[in-house]
Design a binder for this molecule. Structure first.
Ligand code: GLU
Ligand code: ZN
Length: 494
């Protein structure tokens, strides 16, 4: 999808490579991607790996792999390069050191020697007195003597940004006008005592240097926006930044019990969706609904359709609720939209080791082709295919004891005997005829079709649930199906 940009829209997706990718991260990536593609702008992928203690190469690799799998392509960044390389912040440390030095020289930042205990004591005192409890500006204007005294004590300093004493207002692309008073935004650290630059510095500095025009990110970062706007103003003064980007904060995603979905919630792990056999387009479709909608009467659409329609002004500021059932149902709709060939291809990983429990030589391509259309109309996730077709490729049906206990009631042996007899004489080229046979067996024992077919299904497939029974019987074939009913009868007699 990437092509030469034709507008000056430049957005970024800038994850920190910690842990496994999660759905909140993907939602942010998706909205930035859709915005960039809609405006034929540029999507920058930047890796915010300045926290050596938490970042990992494994997580970085997974991030890129996940974005590739989802089809969220980027125009500048790792592996593709670009005019602002390098795009990994760990390789840009000299840039941040230089900007921090210039901010200090210009008086926008200063060394703060306060110890953690001193800060805590003063915070507690401010709280007790009902004053704002953020940093109190203690080191804003240290004299040369005070500084020398701190250094003589062996103290080291962090660098703090000096917030201007003014109210900051901006128009959020999602939330409208927002105002922050100085009391709420104290001076903040931008470089650690050991010289390591913090997110508060590196993120806006790179946004500035990379010419980012729109910052779309999660609501959890809203409180950093007034700080970043003030820093931007300083960077413009230094000639580092040209303009302040527009900001849009995407709504929170709520999980179970109306709590914020956390990285630690199992349903937030992207890998889970991949392993369960979500289609990338199904997952993206669902994630786009966390804050956006395509239209009032259509909630299934392709990534290209989303791109065509995406407008940040339509994003809803209210928290979005994560609904796994809805995600599965939308994925199922996308499975239905595949061509038969594409469906079969998408299932392939689940028809092989390590997912498939059958021996590779027992896989029967013709049987698969015959059953696949029945699966395509029913699956919500591709991984379910394995259990739905294993009865065809295993020598014996799986022994699912819960299914057995549920289906095999008193009188099931008599029913099975009659069903076997009727099925033995039926026309196996017609699922309808097989249905008639089981129906007739049920009638003979005063059972409706549903009750009559349960023991047959468990005898033949091992499970109480699965693909349509009579098509399944037909594909399995007369001899194997009857032999399985015999085996079930033998077990019931034992
Ligand atoms: N690396 C930051 C994060 O993952 C980026 C935040 C932002 O988009 O500004 O939280
Ligand atoms: Zn201080």
């Amino acid at each position: 999808m990437a092509s030469a940009p034709s507008t000056d829209v430049r957005v970024r997706f800038c994850p920190s490579p910690t842990g496994n990718p999660h759905v909140g991260l993907v939602r942010t990536a998706l909205f930035n991607w859709a915005f960039a593609r809609h405006h034929q702008g540029t999507l920058v992928l930047r890796i915010e790996d300045t926290d050596a203690a938490r970042d990992s190469e494994e997580s970085y690799r997974q991030l890129l792999d996940s974005l590739r799998w989802l089809g969220l392509d980027w125009d500048e960044g790792p592996e593709v390069g670009g005019p602002h390389a390098p795009y990994r912040q760990s390789q840009r440390m000299d840039v941040y050191a230089d900007v921090a030095r210039r901010l200090k020289e210009a008086g926008h930042a200063y060394d703060c020697y306060c110890s953690a205990e001193e800060l805590e004591d003063r915070r507690a005192a401010a709280r007790a007195a009902g004053r704002p409890s953020g940093y109190d500006g203690h080191c804003r204007d240290l004299t040369a003597e005070q500084t020398a005294a701190y250094l003589a004590e062996g103290r080291s300093a962090i660098v703090r940004f000096r917030m201007p004493d003014k109210t900051i207002t901006f128009t959020d692309l999602v939330r409208g006008e927002l105002t922050f008073t100085p009391d709420n935004v104290p001076d903040y650290g931008i470089v650690r005592a050991n010289g390591a630059p913090l997110y508060t510095l590196v993120n806006p500095v790179d946004d500035a240097l990379m010419g980012i025009t729109h910052v779309l990110r999660g609501e959890d970062l809203l409180s950093s926006t007034p700080r970043q706007i003030a820093l931007y103003e300083a960077l413009i003064g230094l000639g580092v930044a040209k303009q302040i980007p527009d900001f849009g904060h995407l709504p929170y995603v709520m999980g179970e019990g109306n709590k914020k979905l956390s990285k630690r919630d199992p349903e937030s792990s992207l890998n889970l969706y991949r392993e369960r056999g979500f289609l990338p387009e199904g997952l993206l479709n669902y994630l786009s609904l966390l804050g956006w909608s395509y239209s009032a009467d259509q909630d299934v659409f392709s990534p290209a359709e989303m791109v065509a329609r995406f407008d940040i002004a339509d994003v809803n500021a209210n928290p979005a609720r994560f609904d796994l059932k809805k995600a599965e149902s939308i994925n199922g709709d996308h499975i239905r939209l595949l061509s038969p060939e594409a469906f079969a291809a998408a299932c392939t990983p689940w028809l092989r080791a390590p997912h498939a429990p059958w021996a590779p030589e027992d896989f029967d391509e013709a049987a698969w082709q015959a059953i696949a259309p029945h699966a395509q109309t029913r699956l919500t996730v591709l991984s379910d295919i394995t259990a739905n077709v294993d009865f065809l490729f295993l020598p014996e049906p799986v022994a699912d004891e819960a299914s057995w206990a549920k289906a095999m009631k008193e009188g099931s042996d008599a029913l099975l005997r009659t069903a076997r007899e009727k099925l033995a004489g039926a026309d196996w080229t017609s699922p309808e005829a097989l249905k008639e046979a089981v129906l007739a067996a049920g009638e003979a024992h005063g059972l409706k079709l549903g009750k009559a077919q349960a023991p047959v299904r468990v005898a033949v497939t091992g499970r109480t649930v699965g693909l349509p029974l009579f098509e399944s019987l037909q594909v399995l074939g007369r001899d194997r199906a009857l032999a399985r009913i015999d085996a079930a009868l033998a077990r019931l007699a034992a």
